[in-house]
Write a protein that binds this ligand. Structure first.
Ligand code: AMP
Ligand code: ZN
Length: 466
């Protein structure tokens, strides 16, 4: 089965055919860097990382660009509040963003271009729109003339008339039409600015992505992504800008993730229920958060709660335990004799199941079912007293191949949390009581491997890290 993706532009699942065979040009709108990111922002970050990893696992060379909005109204206001310059504010929160997403195991983008590094390209883009009559200047601002772009509304499936009704009529006599949007904003006294043919000012929000996509990836790209709230107006405006200038489709596939809610409520400033990624990863393993994110299809809303995190932690623990166990058994198993018949066939079937599910519009929850099937098979095999090292290796490599896409396993030996160590110690004590010596030994070995030492004391078992 070939990859099919749901395209917001056509509202259909379509076969994915890249512009250039074997290569994918992909752009995901990045953050405005005026704050730490919250767990909702983690959804597009993790989902598109998985898309990129999966494409790479299918041997595509992926050019993955995601931008930083490092100047806009919010940046200017926040910089004032914090009494720092806009570039200083940007540095702080770009560093924080990169730190946060790295803690979530997100692979580095090919490039993270910034607005302030692309001002000339942005000015050139706006000038081309003015030249073609798709934009007009009004007292130092430049606006996009939406009435001239007949396809305006094609992504969000609205026509101009409907849009007109939807817009609160703000009195802004500079605009020809209320739905026209700003491309260049004249600077107010004291604000950061760049010189332009329309005077001193700064770019509007939407234009940066059109300019950066064209500069770094070309006139038409394969995948353009972001959260569903970006469909309108942001992506609609990007399309209007780019397609007016190039005459070509901006992207062949538009992908949008649904929202993450907290305790069945929308995350919002007024409710004060936002949780920062940096606070979350102090409390739970980042892999648990990734697993939780991937346990729902990206186009379905997902609810964040203590209960759903606990479920994710328990489920992931089964996979992690199997993984640790495989690595441990591999170290001690012998490699003589034949690998049992049938293992390769089973693994092939499970691998196909995973790929089929991922090919079905990145159906991660069902792909995770394939991971559990693998774990079940591996656990069954590892129950035997004697196992073949090559067979264990096959299971292990398959699990690692799945994880290259999902990024849910912990590698470091010292990554056991205190709570997990204590659980394992309880399990070991129970195994010994029930005379399951094999499991008890296995747990001791696992802990040793992770640098945890056990000591039998008259007060019970004590443990310490190496
Ligand atoms: P913002 O915080 O509005 O700058 O959003 C940055 C990115 O995170 C955009 O792609 C948004 O669509 C996405 N996003 C913001 N909040 C959520 C949420 N609660 N669930 C999923 N995605 C979100
Ligand atoms: Zn964008």
């Amino acid at each position: 089965m070939t990859l099919k993706v749901y395209n917001t532009l056509t509202r259909k699942k379509e076969e994915f055919v890249p512009i250039e065979p074997g290569k994918v040009k992909m752009y995901v709108c990045g953050p405005t860097v005026y704050n730490y990111i919250h767990i909702g922002n983690g959804r597009p970050v993790i989902f598109f990382d998985v898309v990129r990893r999966y494409l790479e696992s299918q041997n595509y060379e992926v050019n993955y660009i995601t931008n930083f909005t490092d100047v806009d109204d919010k940046m200017i206001r926040k910089a004032e509040e914090m009494a720092v310059s806009v570039p200083e504010l940007a540095e702080t929160f770009i560093a924080a963003f990169l730190e946060d997403i790295q803690s979530l195991g997100v692979h580095d983008a090919t490039l993270n271009p910034r607005v302030t590094e692309n001002i000339q390209e942005i000015i050139d883009f706006i000038a081309a729109l003015v030249e073609k009559d798709f934009a007009y200047e009004a007292r130092g601002d430049v606006y996009y003339r939406t009435s001239k772009f007949t396809d305006y509304g094609k992504l969000s499936k609205q026509n101009l008339e409907e849009l007109q009704h939807g817009i609160r009529i703000e009195v802004d006599e500079r605009k020809e039409n209320p739905q026209d949007f700003v491309l260049w904003k004249a600077a107010k006294p004291g604000e950061i600015y760049w010189d332009s043919p329309w005077g001193q000012g700064r770019p509007g929000w939407h234009i940066e992505c059109s300019a950066m996509v064209r500069k770094y990836l070309g006139e038409t790209i394969d995948i353009h992504g972001g959260g569903q709230d970006l469909t309108f107006p942001h992506h609609e405006c990007e399309i209007a800008q780019t397609e007016a200038v190039t005459g070509h489709p901006m992207a062949n596939y538009w992908l949008h993730n649904a929202f993450l809610n907290i305790d069945n409520e929308k995350m919002s400033k007024s409710l004060g229920n936002g949780i920062l990624i940096r606070d979350l990863v102090k409390q739970i393993k980042p892999q648990v958060f990734r697993f939780f994110m991937l346990s729902a299809h990206y186009r379905n809303p997902l609810n964040f709660s203590d209960e759903s995190l606990k479920q994710a932690a328990n489920a992931l623990e089964r996979i992690q335990n199997a993984y640790d166990n495989m690595k441990h058994r591999l170290a001690t198993a012998s490699a003589t004799g034949e690998v049992e018949a049938g293992i390769t066939d089973k693994l092939q079937a499970i691998s196909k199941q995973f790929v089929d599910k991922m090919n079905d519009d990145f159906n991660t929850p069902d792909a995770i079912t394939a991971v559990f099937d693998l774990v079940a098979e591996a656990n069954l095999y590892l129950q035997q007293e004697r196992v073949h090292a090559d067979a264990v290796k096959l299971y292990l490599e398959q699990l690692e191949a799945f994880d290259a896409t999902l990024g849910i396993l912990s590698q470091q030996a010292d990554e056991l949390l205190d709570e997990e160590i204590e659980q394992l110690i309880v399990e070991r004590t129970e195994s010994r009581k029930s005379k399951n010596w094999a499991r008890a030994d296995e747990i001791r070995d696992l802990l040793t491997e992770k640098g945890i030492f056990l000591e039998d004391t008259p007060q019970g078992i004590r443990w310490r890290r190496k």
